[in-house]
Design a protein. Structure first.
Length: 710
């Protein structure tokens, strides 16, 4: 009778290749202790700073007899553990799976010694030894027998595993990583699981002391989110005093996140966010430095499955909930993994979450994806609240500041009038008073000009927001027209099979092109008015240029035969500012170039071209927007920036004014050439580049070029 045999190299591949990291392999043995209903598990490192050292893993679990060792411990690839069969003493759901995990740890050394004392056979110990050298040199694994022996002992129940003759040296970094994993393994967040793994090493004691500090009550925000077995969610947010700031029930959450689907499992998510401001910490019993040091060890969101932490979720380098990525969009209202700490606790008795074979994380199935959606929705809900509160505070400060400024002006006027009356000689007082009155008139004229600008921009903002409001409804009408066009095409071909191409083909195609342009126009206001674009941050000008050109293409290239070419000639292409400001410049310049072809008598009808070229000039970026139309005619170049000045009878005369103001807000400038490189108008936008080599403020001899240097 034949049966399968396999080479000893298979064991090496199963153990060493499936789980490659040292700390994870040891954690797998610790999980076995948890499944054995142990309350304690100690890991001792002996002479591990040199080759040939050893590691001891000892627990006080239920232990194993000879039969259990032979039929359970030595059985690889099939586990006796079942989620429906909880552990007898502490009712734990087993964390182990296929019995593969321990192979990785056992293969760390040349020899393994195991001794186990079953709880129902006190005074008896079963032990055996594995010589990996002998096993590796055998023809087949099944030809090597291990003798399980029995002896008397006065030790209590539990299992001891010694991995001897280690193949490698354990570095300080590996020991520290193991210490962190052991501390975080069994939920150190104040909810004891009755299981305490420890590492007998100075690194562990240091980290344990840091973790035990537990500065949760110093957090500025505590988010709690929960799921019931039916996938119904509840969110709440508390302040440092424990008072609820805002809460949302299942109905409100389902309405707000109608497209989200959550798993049908019980989940508890706690998240603490810190705002490191000296003023707020001055009233607390802990310093910012202490909390930061604690978060260096504990920061990020860990996932606990059946009582034990699952790697890599919560590792320092693992941003599995995209906390840092989302913070980049709204840094003022979202924390980073380095300024927050959290845990997600899942029992998962239905085994909806499937561990990967290498024991690092879960398979990205529907349940795991929905679990992440639940967590990210909760974080987004918290960020939305904080953003609203920040907006209210900003508005309040603005109102108070505005009122205070008005009061300051009145006080200054009264003080100046009194000073003139009391301190200026009578003989010259009329001259001073006359000068003061002229100053008042000049200031009032300046204020009036500013008020007019504000009214102008508010009117433009109203146009934009109104357009954005109706854009969605307009999009629905465009969809109906698109469907009607398709129906005309289908029915026309059916009714006039021989004459369709001659009668309807060209009109239908023209209608489709017009619809494509209208569709893109509908996107314009929503695209330009996105809230996140008004945030000041580091931006790449090429990304913004490409997005703007993509938005204009249906109008320029498809509708009017204008080719738009982007020429990227700058090495440093990042500036600091808002996308909205740069988009406003590009949008107005592209609109201006388009109008030069559309609304100018005598403009070319073919080979129409717009070029956007970028280049570095000193420590600035130059963005050149040029066309091959007729250039700037009928108005002085110096006057085109004035509001209301335009050569287009249907224009507002505001586009270039806005472009100039936006360039100045970005710390730059904009100039124009009546007839540039291509023969038409050419605009040069100069913006300061982010120079990463001079963040300390040194100028290195470079000066910002003015437009005249071009």
């Amino acid at each position: 009778m034949a049966h399968f045999k396999f080479s000893p190299q298979i064991l090496a591949r199963l153990g060493e290749e499936l789980i490659s990291s040292f700390e994870q392999s040891i954690i797998e043995l610790v999980k076995n202790a948890y499944d054995a209903d142990a309350t304690e598990c100690a890991i001792t490192l002996n002479n591990t700073r040199q080759v040939g050292g050893s590691i001891e893993i000892s627990d006080n679990g239920v232990g194993m007899n000879a039969d259990e060792i032979e039929n359970r411990w030595f059985l690889i690839g099939k586990s006796q553990k079942n989620v429906n069969n909880r552990t007898p003493k502490y009712d734990r759901i087993p964390a182990g799976s296929k019995g593969l995990g321990r192979l990785a740890a056992l293969r760390q050394g040349a020899r393994v010694y195991l001794a186990s004392r079953p709880e129902n056979e006190l005074g008896t110990e079963y032990y055996f030894e594995i010589d990996w050298y002998a096993l590796d040199n055998s023809d087949s694994v099944d030809t090597v027998e291990f003798k399980i022996e029995q002896r008397s002992t006065n030790k209590g129940q539990g299992t001891d595993i010694t991995i001897g003759n280690l193949h490698t040296i354990l570095s300080d970094r590996e020991v520290k990583k193991l210490a962190r994993e052991l501390i975080l393994l069994s939920d150190p967040f104040g909810d004891p699981t009755g299981f305490t793994p420890t590492l007998i090493a100075p690194e562990f004691a240091e980290l344990e002391e840091r973790v035990s500090s537990a500065y949760f009550d110093a957090a500025d925000y505590h988010l709690h989110a929960s799921l019931d077995p039916n996938g119904k969610a509840e969110f709440s947010l508390r302040n440092p005093s424990g008072q609820i700031l805002v809460a949302a029930d299942a109905e409100a959450i389902a309405k707000k996140y109608s497209k989200s689907r959550y798993p049908n499992m019980r989940v508890e998510f706690d998240f603490w966010a810190f705002v490191f401001e000296r003023e707020s910490f001055s009233t607390r019993r802990v310093t910012i430095e202490e909390v930061k040091k604690w978060l260096d060890t504990m920061g990020n969101v860990s996932l606990y499955h059946r009582g034990l932490r699952v790697r890599p979720y919560g590792d320092p380098e693992d941003d599995w909930l995209e906390i840092n990525k989302l913070r980049g969009r709204t840094p003022m209202t979202r924390p980073a993994t380095s300024t927050s700490i959290g845990k997600i606790v899942v029992e998962d008795p239905e085994e909806m979450l499937l561990p990967k074979t290498d024991r690092l994380g879960f398979v990205d199935n529907e349940a795991f994806t929905q679990l992440k959606t639940f967590a990210t929705d909760a974080l987004r809900w918290m960020a939305d609240y904080r953003e609203k509160e920040a907006a209210k505070l900003t508005e309040l400060k603005r109102t108070v500041k505005k009122r205070q400024l008005s009061q300051n002006v009145e006080i200054a006027r009264e003080n100046l009038t009194q000073a003139i009356r009391e301190s200026v000689p009578v003989s010259v007082r009329p001259v001073v008073q006359d000068a003061y009155q002229k100053l008042e008139v000049a200031v009032e004229q300046e204020y009036e000009a500013i008020r007019e600008d504000i009214q102008l921009y508010r009117s433009l903002a109203t146009v934009g927001t109104t357009s954005a409001t109706f854009a969605h409804e307009s999009g629905k009408r465009v969809t109906l027209l698109d469907k009607a066009t398709s129906r005309i095409e289908t029915q026309g071909k059916r009714a006039f099979p021989d004459q369709y191409e001659r009668i309807l083909a060209i009109p239908v195609e023209s209608l489709r092109k017009a619809l494509a342009a209208i569709k893109n126009f509908v996107k314009f206001p929503v695209h330009l008015l996105k809230r996140g674009k008004r945030r000041s941050e580091e931006i790449n000008i090429h990304n913004v240029i490409e997005e703007s050109v993509t938005l204009f293409k249906p109008f320029l290239e498809v509708g009017s035969g204008i080719t738009v070419e982007i020429q990227k000639n700058c090495q440093s292409s990042n500036i600091f500012g808002s996308v909205a400001l740069l988009e406003s410049i590009l949008t107005n310049l592209l609109t201006n170039a388009g109008n030069a072809f559309f609304n100018t008598r005598g403009a070319r009808l073919s080979n129409r071209k717009i070029i956007i070229r970028t280049e570095n000039i000193g420590n600035r970026i130059a963005i050149r927007v040029m066309d091959n139309a007729l250039g700037i005619k009928g108005v002085d170049v110096e006057d085109i920036w004035l509001p209301g000045i335009t050569t287009n009878p249907d224009g507002t005369g505001l586009g270039l004014t806005i472009a100039r103001d936006c360039a100045e807000d970005l710390g730059g400038e904009i100039t124009a050439i009546a007839n540039g490189e291509l023969g038409g108008a050419e605009f040069i936008v100069l913006l300061p580049v982010i120079d990463y080599t001079r963040l300390g403020g040194e100028n290195n001899g470079h000066s910002n070029p003015s437009a005249t240097e071009l």
